[in-house]
Design a protein around this ligand. Structure first.
Ligand SMILES: N[C@@H](CCC(=O)N[C@@H](CS)C(=O)NCC(=O)O)C(=O)O
Length: 202
């Protein structure tokens, strides 16, 4: 099994889950300059993550995370086998992938086309406010829970990644004690440590 990743990108979630699974895999760092050139032959979207398994190539983070969990149902990484627990995991995966992740785009530079420095700064300021609101919903969900859906799941791995981004990009997370607790627990997890270290993030 092969995972293509960029250090610290959303592919870190898959890297963490591969560590939790504990079976052999290969993690391949994609050179950033090849993302929109040579790597297009692997993923025409020019994006990570990409997973290769048994001669088959899978893209889209949510699909990959669910696939990894389905290969190892005994680990319960996508719920306890009941439709409701699966739906809870997918609810929070969707929140992270469709609401939180894209909200970072202005901060990661996708509004450079606007050219006007003042306008770009405003989009970033607005993105930080949006992110604070969205992380507030996560903090509420984590009240009285160690993990997003009660038990550790693939959604926690993805949440950890976007929380890292928020902390690195000075999103105001003050007062979100539940989120802080979740981040600290994930950050200390041996599988997370291995993935983070392998990506050179320390
Ligand atoms: N919808 C895709 C989005 C993946 C995505 O946004 N990947 C980013 C890293 S987090 C990427 O590879 N961006 C490449 C770039 O910089 O253009 C998914 O969920 O897998």
């Amino acid at each position: 099994m092969k995972l293509y990743y960029l250090p610290g990108a959303c592919s870190l979630a898959d890297h963490i889950v591969l560590e939790w699974i504990g079976e052999p895999y290969e993690a391949i760092a994609v050179p950033r300059e090849e993302l929109k050139t040579a790597f297009l032959a692997i993923n025409p979207a020019g994006a990570v993550p990409v997973l290769e398994h048994d001669g088959w190539r899978l893209t889209q983070n949510i699909a990959i995370l669910n696939y990894l969990a389905d290969l190892h149902p005994a680990l319960g990484l996508a719920g306890d086998g009941t439709p409701a627990s699966r739906a809870e995991v997918n609810r929070w995966l969707a929140f992270v992938n469709s609401d939180l992740h894209p909200a970072f785009k202005p901060i990661f530079g996708s509004t450079a086309y606007l050219e006007d420095r003042h306008v770009i700064d405003k989009t970033r300021e607005h993105a930080r406010e949006t992110l604070r609101t969205l992380f507030g919903r996560v903090d509420t969900q984590l009240e009285g829970r160690s993990w997003l859906t009660g038990a550790r799941s693939i959604a926690d791995a993805y949440l950890y990644v976007v929380t890292r981004w928020a902390r690195g990009k000075q999103v105001d997370l003050s007062g979100y004690a539940n989120l802080d607790r979740h981040f600290a627990a994930m950050d200390a997890d041996p599988g997370v440590r291995k993935a983070v270290t392998a990506e050179g993030l320390g």
